[in-house]
Design a protein around this ligand. Structure first.
Ligand code: TXA
Ligand code: MG
Length: 339
């Protein structure tokens, strides 16, 4: 199994060389860890899909180090793309644009659009710049987890999720915890009007402050795997429960089936001491601030999931704009079990 290796300048040069040779490199971004390959090499991109177990028609995001390179991947570059790039790049925003002819089908899932982003994580940026010197400088990278599973925000979570699916020359870079913790906000600029396809690291309000009010995504939006109803899901049955009922729900399951291994993510709710200290229960108190919660979310879910739990009960945060990205991920993590 591939083990994470701590980042140093020499390792980053090696990583760029591995990319140029068509191998995979998992690397930290400010949102989540990505599983990278040379984005202009279809054979290398195919290895990403194999390692993730991801259907071939799901497009992947291309990561670049600067706007000039981003423009080179698009057929045209609308004025609104400049506004957004200036405001939010490098950072947790992906723009969907009409694709340039040389962008491989393997990247776009055969669609006429391409997703592009300049990440702000210093390791990601250094890797991209090194790779620009010796190769295409374009890194295709979805989140570095098995398809449908929880995204990784720590190198160890990458290793646990896909380490055994990587080849002998593939590499996992360890650059510490990801700062943002949820994926980039995806903005579709390939249609008539800009629209958000996936809420993420940059809030809707911040975007509208720059480009004005947007309509919500409806109808025939491009395929976005993060838009599948069930995604980011733990192995355990997972429920999203209103704050007012969450303690009662955990108590009820615990009393009915004392052998059940139950995990919980709580914010404001607290369990009675005698229940909370039961070894069958694995309860985490999450931050009440949305950005801090996002930062901790996938690490907490990955930790809970590794305990081999039967059930995870999550206290639903407030249904307000600042919680949009977190709520989106929680709903998808719990979709198949809480309807
Ligand atoms: O924060 C992020 O965006 C992370 C880091 C690694 O950059 N990446 C990420 O990749 O979340 P992934 O593949 O797990 O999710 C990217 C989403 C997918 O849902 C994919 O379908 C969508 O971007 N996407 C990529 N290219 C697209 C395109 N041309 N049209 C529509 N959606 C696209
Ligand atoms: Mg993903």
């Amino acid at each position: 199994m591939a083990k994470p290796q701590s980042v140093n300048p020499c390792l980053l040069s090696t990583a760029a060389e591995l990319l140029a040779l068509g191998h995979l490199v998992a690397f930290p971004t400010e949102t989540v860890y990505g599983l990278g390959a040379d984005g202009l090499n279809p054979k290398a991109v195919a290895k990403i899909f194999q390692a993730k177990g991801r259907p071939a028609d799901h497009p992947v995001i291309l990561h670049v180090a600067d706007v000039t390179k981003a423009k080179s991947l698009a057929l045209n570059w609308p004025a609104v793309a400049d506004q957004l790039a200036q405001a939010f790049w490098p950072g947790p925003m992906t723009l969907i644009l009409k694709r340039a002819a040389h962008v491989p089908d393997a990247v776009t899932g055969g669609q006429e659009s391409v997703g592009v982003r300049i990440p702000s994580h210093p390791v990601a940026l250094t890797l991209l710049r090194e790779f620009s010197g010796i190769g295409s400088g374009v890194i295709a990278a979805p989140s570095a987890n098995r398809f449908g599973a929880i995204s990784p925000t720590r190198a160890i979570d990458v290793a646990n999720s896909i380490g055994d699916r990587l080849g002998p020359h593939d590499l996992i870079l360890d650059g510490g915890d990801c700062q943002v913790g949820v994926e980039s906000t995806i903005i579709d600029l390939s249609g008539d009007a800009p629209r958000i396809l996936r809420p993420g690291g940059i809030g809707r309000q911040a975007i509208e402050d720059v480009i004005g009010k947007m309509t919500s995504a409806t109808g025939n939006a491009p395929r976005v795997s993060g838009a599948l109803a069930s995604h980011y899901a733990p192995q355990a049955k997972t429920m999203l429960i209103d704050a007012a009922q969450v303690v009662e729900t955990i108590n009820k399951h615990h009393l009915e089936q004392p052998t059940l291994k139950i995990g919980g993510l709580l914010v404001h709710a607290t369990l009675p001491q005698d229940v909370a200290s039961n070894p069958q229960l694995h309860i985490k108190t999450m931050p009440a601030d949305p950005a801090a919660y996002a930062h901790d979310l996938y690490a907490a879910l990955n930790d809970l999931d590794r305990q081999g739990l039967d059930l995870i009960v999550i206290e639903a945060p407030a249904n307000t704009a600042e919680w949009e990205a977190v709520l989106d991920r929680l709903k998808r993590a719990t979709y198949s079990t809480s309807r």
